[in-house]
Design a protein around this ligand. Structure first.
Ligand code: PMP
Length: 360
């Protein structure tokens, strides 16, 4: 008789709830910060033609040299910095956590933040310190600096802009954290396309700064490609943990092709930003809705009874994210991704109907 699973699986894994992906078939899907636009038809046809000749019987190029060169140019990566590719940036977070998980090591972030920082700390068996943001979602710099001094975190993750709050932190405060940190600071710029700020220019100033980007929010979420940019000293070590064929041939081919037309995703991001402005104004005009400022492709809002409004929206066929209960600062908060104009209109109409419904 084999042992029962609770004698085999680590207790902290038994306790964990899996990352929840909501069923979305047939819904207006505004829950996952995807770009609502597909690629233009001519590009899709070109990709299909190239895909037909792909050697799918062969392993992908593990160095992905030609894709990296395209990324270097498209993202204006400073000379002297290396690139590591991940199966989404999720995988990069995991690689970093595994690399620094010496006994007693600490991974630090803010709360609320992207939940995978905390979850991956558990996967990698590394201690986690999440420092609460202030009520206005800004960094609590004093507490962060004391925590750094006390716990000497091996790595700090800061999303810039932050998910799920949507705001950019004060760049000088982030720099102070980077300067005070004894280990690596990963600035996660997943939402960079929708913000007018970046730490790319600061990479050369800070030896312990690593910059993370993803193609997911830009419009290629299904392909799973994230990248980490940093000094060769860091990336040479991290590369040892990257599984050799983590980025498939199809992803390498399609991303490289799309990057040859940088205007496509860029224009889509411009359209999303314009829609974000329209959505914010419409939401602000609603009674009983508090709208938080955003530099990302989503908006955080507070309503009176978030869980009820969330369920009502679902009944209207609109799927967003309910954050009520996930952190004290997010009481009655909902997060909605910017969709196409007609999807946003459907959301606004459903929201109006949902907040008017008497609370039972
Ligand atoms: N970082 C942040 C801040 C995110 O919000 C997300 C996705 N929600 C990711 C990283 C992961 O993105 P991906 O794995 O698709 O690159």
């Amino acid at each position: 008789m084999p042992n029962s699973l609770d004698q085999i699986i680590r207790p902290e894994i038994l306790e964990l709830s899996a990352y929840h992906v909501q069923p979305s078939i047939g819904m207006v899907k505004l829950d996952a910060m995807e770009n609502p636009y597909s690629l233009p038809e001519d590009i899709r046809i070109e990709i299909a033609r190239l895909a037909a000749d792909l050697p799918t019987n062969r392993y992908p190029d593990t160095s992905a040299a030609s894709l990296k060169a395209a990324l270097r140019e498209a993202m204006r990566i400073p000379v002297g910095m290396d690139i590591m590719l991940g199966n989404g940036s999720d995988e990069i977070i995991q690689i970093i956590a595994l690399a620094v998980a010496r006994p007693g090591a600490v991974l630090m972030s803010v709360e609320p933040a992207f939940v995978m920082f905390r979850m991956i700390a558990t996967f990698a068996r590394i201690g986690y310190r999440g420092i609460s943001l202030k009520a206005d979602f800004s960094l609590d710099l004093d507490v962060m600096l004391t925590t750094i001094a006390r716990y000497q975190p091996a790595v700090i993750f800061i999303a810039y802009p932050n998910n799920p709050t949507g705001n950019l932190f004060d760049a000088e405060a982030v720099s102070r954290i980077i300067e005070a940190a004894p280990g690596a600071v990963v600035v996660d710029e997943a939402y960079h396309a929708f913000a007018d700020a970046s730490f790319m220019g600061r990479l050369t100033q800070h030896p312990n700064l690593l910059l993370m980007r993803t193609l997911s929010k830009l419009g290629l979420a299904g392909l799973r490609l994230g990248l980490l940019i940093g000094r060769p000293e860091w990336l040479t070590q991290l590369e040892k943990l990257r599984l050799p064929y983590n980025v498939g041939v199809m992803t390498q081919l399609v991303v490289e092709k799309v990057l040859q037309h940088p205007d496509i995703l860029q224009q889509q991001a411009v359209a999303i930003k314009a829609e974000r402005a329209v959505m914010s104004e419409c939401l602000k005009a609603l009674d009983g809705v508090e709208v938080f400022p955003t530099d990302a492709n989503f908006i955080l809002l507070r309503v009176k009874e978030a869980s009820q409004v969330f369920l009502e929206l679902k009944k209207h066929g609109v799927l967003i994210k309910n954050l009520d209960g996930s952190h004290p600062l997010l009481r009655n908060c909902l997060r909605v991704t910017i969709g196409k104009p007609d999807e946003n209109a459907q959301f606004l109409e459903a929201l109006q109907a949902s907040i008017k419904k008497p609370i039972n």
